[in-house]
Design a protein around this ligand. Structure first.
Ligand SMILES: *[C@@H]1O[C@H](CO)[C@@H](O)[C@H](O)[C@H]1NC(C)=O
Ligand SMILES: *[C@@H]1O[C@H](CO)[C@@H](O)[C@H](O)[C@H]1NC(C)=O
Ligand SMILES: *[C@@H]1O[C@H](CO)[C@@H](O)[C@H](O)[C@H]1NC(C)=O
Length: 524
């Protein structure tokens, strides 16, 4: 009896092992956007794939150069930081300034394809083979040709909520006034009729420019490196197997999505933060009344703050009963109050984990949001650009923070916002609740992403997830042709009715008038 059980157990174990056995694949990952906050998200993912036994070639602007990693090669494209020329703060009209972004994306796509080390890999006749291409999906469809080049399925990666060009190409419903579209987000909902009209026009104008100018320029770049015989870029983009989008439902605005979109989140948030450096630890441990941590992220440098804004911040901080730790890249902070400590770089996750922290004053970057939520720290948000305004409005609507306007805030407003969030327990309580929800929600997201990736690897694509809306021309997407037909049809019918009624009435009136005159004459 016992022996039989043992045999059954052994068989189950062997079967389990057989199921667990995975093939190892070769994966090319390219993240063209030189921004550490984008790169860390994908890095965590490629590391997890590597741990599963897959070989990774990672084209990245922030290589780790870790010699202990096996089958993990990095191609350094950090030179792209030099051609990042977006310094426009608080872009109110994202689509209006897209032509600038378009120029940068084209320049950088060209620089990446030119890179000798990378060129050696993709050039025709190189003996390189890949089973999959992972590609950050923003504004460089030219790189999709790599999927064709290696005859490998492509998975798109989005470090934040999906941009609208990607949504369009996947066949997602285009809802130009939905708050999840951060490119159009300049006002908190509900929007007025005219705001919505403005959004509608902005988006379709953008799409026209994107398809007719940007994609054409990208195709020219692709032809330069892959030869004249390349497929239509939009067709390639449409055939993407999946898109991993960093838009976790509890901290974004929920909306309908096509099945190719898979939610990822919090990949870079480490469950155990590293110990703090001694000098920082001393300051934070000593802040028994609590401390405030301020950082505007990695793209925004403190030298980009105007003197007035900086002075208002300094004046507000000096009046606070807390210590202030400020990630500030300049050597000196003029008129630095005694309770303010400046640091050029901070181990953010470790600082956020410190129990004395009261409030995180930040710019609303998605990765910082994930970190602060994970540690249950309420926020004061000062949006600077991109998706940050949307992110902070979401935080405010969840009751876990307050918002300030970078351009107009004064010392009293700053002080008031920080004091309120620090002293009103409601903010902290709500943040802790949100943190618990998010932890439950995101526990399996990494495993889920790996599962999907391996499914695509095994089946060489996901044609079963394709939405045929993606094949429709623009005017069929939202039944715009039908709306135009019905509007024009109704108008024509109404005009006809008016015309005919008018004619009829004239005839009847004239017919009525003439005999009546005759009658009157007769009676006289
Ligand atoms: C590296 O990956 C290849 C497959 O691409 C595999 O054959 C090899 O064993 C891996 N090497 C290590 C050290 O894991
Ligand atoms: C896109 O996918 C469809 C269906 O699998 C296929 O017929 C078509 O050739 C693909 N297009 C390109 C450019 O690879
Ligand atoms: C800003 O302040 C710095 C010194 O703190 C000064 O050198 C600089 O001229 C100021 N800039 C403006 C525009 O006032």
């Amino acid at each position: 009896m016992v022996a039989r059980r043992t045999i059954v157990a052994a068989i189950i174990c062997i079967l389990n092992c057989a199921v667990e056995f995975i093939d190892c694949y070769r994966i090319l990952c390219i993240c063209p956007r030189a921004s550490i906050s984008h790169q860390v998200v994908f890095r965590s993912f490629t590391l997890a794939l590597n741990k599963r036994g897959h070989e990774i070639i990672f084209v990245t602007s922030d290589p780790m150069n870790d010699p202990t990693l096996k089958n993990y090669t990095e191609i350094d494209i950090s030179f792209l930081y030099k051609s990042n020329y977006i310094t426009v703060l608080d872009v109110k009209d994202w689509f209006g300034s897209f032509y600038k972004l378009s120029g940068m994306a084209n320049l950088q796509t060209d620089q990446i394809l030119q890179h000798p080390e990378f060129r050696k890999i993709y050039t025709a006749g190189s003996n390189e083979n890949f089973d999959m291409v992972l590609l950050e999906m923003l504004y460089w469809p030219a790189l999709f040709v790599l999927g064709k080049r290696f005859d490998a399925p492509v998975i798109g990666l989005s470090p934040m909520g999906l941009t609208m060009n990607v949504q369009y190409v996947l066949g997602n419903p285009i809802m130009t006034s939905h708050p999840s579209n951060w490119e159009l987000y300049s006002k908190s909902p509900p929007l007025t009729f005219w705001d919505r009209l403005g959004n509608f026009v902005s988006f379709w104008r953008f799409l026209h420019y994107y398809k007719n100018n940007h994609v054409t320029e990208q195709a020219a770049i692709a032809r330069k490196y892959f030869g004249e015989d390349i497929p239509d870029l939009e067709e390639l983009e449409k055939n993407v197997s999946l898109v991993f989008a960093n838009q976790q439902t509890p901290i974004s605005f929920s909306r309908p999505e096509v099945r190719k979109i898979v939610e990822i989140a919090g990949f870079h948030v480490s469950p155990q933060s590293k110990p703090l450096p001694k000098d920082i630890k001393k300051i934070l441990d000593g802040a028994t009344q609590g401390f405030i941590y301020m950082s505007l992220g990695s793209n925004m440098k403190s030298s980009m703050l105007s003197n007035e804004t900086r002075n208002e911040l300094v004046a507000a901080f000096s009046k606070l009963p807390y210590e202030v730790l400020w990630k500030f890249e300049n050597d000196v902070l003029p008129d630095k109050p005694k309770n303010v400590h400046i640091l050029k770089w901070t181990p953010q996750q470790a600082v956020l984990a410190h129990p004395n922290l009261k409030v995180f004053v930040y710019q609303g970057g998605l990765q910082s949001t994930e970190e602060t939520v994970s540690h249950g720290v309420p926020v004061v948000g000062i949006p600077t650009w991109g998706d940050q305004r949307m992110q902070i409005d979401k935080m405010v609507s969840l009751g876990v923070g307050k918002k300030l306007e970078l351009r107009t805030m004064n010392r009293n407003e700053i002080e008031e916002a920080i004091r309120t969030v620090a002293s009103n327990k409601r903010y902290k309580d709500e943040m802790v609740k949100l943190s618990t929800l998010l932890k439950e929600n995101s526990q399996h997201l990494l495993e889920n992403a790996i599962w999907w990736t391996e499914q695509v690897l095994r089946h060489k694509g996901t044609s079963h997830l394709h939405s045929i809306t993606a094949d429709d021309p623009w005017y069929r997407r939202q039944d715009m042709d039908l709306i135009v037909f019905i509007s024009v049809g109704t108008t024509v019918v109404l005009i006809l009715i008016c015309y005919v009624s008018h004619k009829l009435l004239t005839v009847i009136i004239s017919a009525w008038k003439s005999p009546s005159l005759d009658r009157k004459k007769k009676w006289k």
